[in-house]
Design a protein around this ligand. Structure first.
Ligand code: ADP
Ligand code: ASP
Ligand code: MG
Length: 406
């Protein structure tokens, strides 16, 4: 008997018909002799709808109350799935995140799971039940409901799989695996049979929303085998796992793009120790995540500094940056929210020089201007105009011949 933790995303539970179809799939897996924990996301666009509804109340809403609201989406789908399973004569029980023992820190809206007390789940499994868990939610040390950041049901599933020492965590979604690029924007994208934790973590952190980055971190930390599969068909999916064969690491495994990006530039920043600290600790205090940072060469004792942040944090960041600019004696700022980040990821890059040159030439051939560049051992990212995103991803996909079989 195997224990599987499965997760069904928003489009997989978008209607009662969809819920009925996944319930039938769960029943088949159960009848094959498996134990099942099923994590669900909210139905379809429920989370977006709740966010929009609350935004009409006004700005600067309480993060605590927002989490209270957002967590209701997953509770609906969990209960509806358990009710549907019961009607199919499958014994099932739905649990909220806190009933399932998921503890988190207190950072509302992007809380991190700090521990799982899985006794209740184990007891219900021992009674022969399918345990349906509302994803994306936890309980803070103060006893408040938290949510785990967009896409957080992936993390609920992988964390439960780690805690329960499940045989596998299966992420059922609306694509049948992890592709060399988002298959919705590159139609030649190829499904990968396997991908390493390291590469998946980069792709996810750089915009491939098919897995939440934190979920991949959990999988890597606790060595959970994760499979990404479609809930709409029975094609084999992609296995995310550790790598054993360094020789076969591909130079470029995939391309990611991220539109949730904005660029801020600060002019004439005085060139003296402690300035970057003042600027970036000021932003950190306001919980604004800074991504790429570039400092231009000094002239006349002053530098220009540019950095990127999440686009949805721009309106909150601008007043903070304007205040910090005054404090550090810089002369002004510019910003753009019409930028995108495109990234090329591959573990084999470490030992293959020349990848950056190929990236830049592919973009130059398309007449795409690069506004910022950042690199790590296994990735190269460029900020470009967002209207050229699709063209850039397709050009890089061709340049590295990713449509061709491994
Ligand atoms: P769910 O609601 O099931 O969590 P998501 O929308 O969060 O689904 O993630 C699935 C989506 O991820 C796909 O529809 C696809 O457009 C997108 N995606 C982005 N990059 C990739 C990639 N490299 N491989 C597969 N899907 C990707
Ligand atoms: N419903 C949440 C979201 O839309 C969590 C999830 O789907 O994983 O982000
Ligand atoms: Mg998702």
């Amino acid at each position: 008997m195997s224990l599987y933790v499965t997760k069904f995303g928003g489009s997989s539970v978008a209607s009662l018909e969809r819920i009925s179809s996944i319930a039938a799939r769960i029943k088949t897996m159960l009848e094959a002799g498996n134990e099942l924990v099923v994590v669900v996301s909210a139905m379809g666009d429920t989370t977006d709808d709740l966010l929009e509804m609350a935004s009409s109340i006004g700005d600067n809403l309480s993060c605590r109350e927002m989490d209270m609201l957002l967590a209701t989406g997953e509770q609906q789908s969990a209960a509806l799935l358990a009710l549907t399973l019961n009607k199919m004569c499958v014994e099932a029980i739905s649990l909220t995140g806190w009933q399932a023992g998921i503890k988190s820190d207190s950072s509302y809206n992007k809380a991190r799971i700090s521990g799982i007390d899985n006794d209740r789940i184990r007891n219900e499994l021992a009674k022969g039940k399918v345990v349906v868990v509302a994803g994306f939610q936890g309980l803070s040390p103060e006893g408040d409901i938290t949510t785990l950041g967009r896409g957080g049901s992936d993390t609920t599933a992988v964390a439960l799989a780690a805690s329960l020492k499940a045989d596998r965590c299966i992420i059922f979604t609306d694509v049948d695996g992890v592709y060399t690029a988002d298959p919705r924007i590159v139609k030649e994208a190829r499904k990968l049979e396997r991908i390493s934790y390291e590469e998946m973590l980069e792709l996810a952190s750089l915009g491939a929303v098919v897995m939440q980055p934190r979920a991949v971190e959990f999988a890597m930390l606790f060595n959970v085998d994760v499979e990404v599969s479609s809930s709409f068909n029975h094609q084999p999916g992609t296995i995310i796992t550790g790598v054993s064969d360094m020789e076969h690491q591909k130079v470029v495994q995939g391309i990611a793009h991220d539109l949730n990006c904005a660029r801020i530039g600060i002019f004439d920043v005085p060139d003296r120790p402690g300035i970057a600290k003042a600027l970036f600790s000021g932003l950190a205090e306001e919980r604004i995540n800074v991504d790429m940072v570039i400092q231009a060469a000094m002239r006349d004792g002053r530098n220009d500094i540019a950095f990127t942040i999440e686009r949805n944090e721009l309106s909150r960041a601008l007043p903070v940056v304007e205040r910090l600019v005054q404090e550090i004696g810089a002369t002004g700022i510019s910003y753009a929210d019409n930028v995108a980040k495109i990234s090329v990821v591959g573990a084999g890059m470490k030992s293959n020089p020349g990848v950056a040159a190929s990236v830049f030439s592919a973009l130059a051939d398309e007449d795409i201007n690069i506004q910022m560049i950042s690199t790590s051992e296994i990735k190269i990212s460029c900020i470009i105009d967002e209207t050229q995103t699709k063209q850039a991803v397709a050009a890089l996909h061709r340049k590295f011949k990713l449509a061709e079989d491994e």
